[in-house]
Design a protein around this ligand. Sequence first.
Ligand code: HAM
Length: 440
Amino acid sequence: MTKIQTVRGMHDIWGDEARLYSHIIEAANKVARLNNFDYLQTPIVEFSALFERNLGETSDVVMKEIYRFPDRSEEANMLALRPEFTASVARFMIESGLYGQSMPQKFFSYGPLFRYDRPQKGRYRQFHQINFEMFGLPGGESDIECLRIAKQTVDAILLYDGWRYETLGKNIAPTLLINFLGDKDIRDRYCAVLRDYFQKYKDNMSPENVARIDDNPLRILDSKLDREIINSAPQITEQYTQEYKDYVQKVMSDLNKMGIVASHDSSLVRGLDYYNDMVFEFVIREQNGGSTTILGGGRYDKLISQISGETVAPLNAIGFAAGVERLMLLLRDKYDPQYKNINKVAIIPVGDTLQHCYDILRQLHEADIVGEISYYGGKLGSKIEKFERRGFTWVVFCGDDEIKKGQVKLKNLVTKKEDDVAFSIDPSLSKVAEAIKSYQ
Ligand code: HAM
């Protein structure tokens, strides 16, 4: 019989990990709100064709990573657990009719995604992304606006409470890599050059990459195999026209003006096929010489039209997604999320004071303080010990005699100091929340 446990590549998120997860989602949500993005929740299950036809037939995601299954009642319908958000958001633009309305339209999403990948550190079969998409902004403008928001998101997650990359150490500071994949003409010319190049080396290449030479030689550049041959391949920049060089130059210099440091990396192609023109990634350089991508994105102006079966005109589109688990790993050893050292308050009735305990709890919650009531029975000493073990820092003893005097006893479990504090049903006269807050 199968042992009941988590499925390979899937994981529970709880405790400190869950606090980091919440921090990341909250920080991204705030960036989305400040930049006027709408929250969009798409279904986890979509028709598999949405991804199979649009992410690239020769991409790893489509070739080997989609969780695909027939619908229970209509077996002809092949469904998929979503491997990413972008295709779903583009589908939503068409289905909702928003593509025909005033632009720009901007959407923020987050949630679980599924890829049948080889599980390893930072790579899971169920993972989470925060995802930003923008439609209808003009070309060059959308590039720098997207990079600005991506940088704002990364900083909001990695830096808070006055932290700076210099303080946190080099290996948490992400590097921004950008590449420009050209328009269709440039890409077609480049693919022809690449085909000729890889044909010459095909006897020494992996079958997986040889199979891509005719259909999609660009995809080979993203492969982990055959690196020596790939590293010496011709560069796309050799195919740029003067006009295209000017566009690249303008984006790089505008970024510079905004103080965003970026490197042009002409080997960056990304693992999905819908991109055109600018693509980018934020990577963390590891001490062992490797690197981890925490965020990736780019322009995909043809996707909406392609998904609609060309019934809708192309629409400028750009976006990015960051891997929540990768950010969690990065943050985990660096510093405690602010939520960890939070004040937690135990309210213990001593006598018949449950009603007052309830009033105190309500006042604490209104003041955004974590609190629990310890209801019935048990010895006071062992109750306090249990709370201490669970990381509680305060106890409010709510006794009949004190309540009659309009007071409760407040004990700090760390300093062991006890004080009588004014309590009233009227929150403006009650000092319990105030006394605790003054320690935060
Ligand atoms: P992606 O590069 O496939 O792009 O994924 C974005 C990020 O998700 C990666 O940089 C990585 O941090 C995280 N990620 C991907 N696969 C896994 C995995 N198996 N386990 C853990 N984390 C993972 C996209 O998904 C595009 N839809 C991004 C985009 C949005 N482009 C335009 N708009």
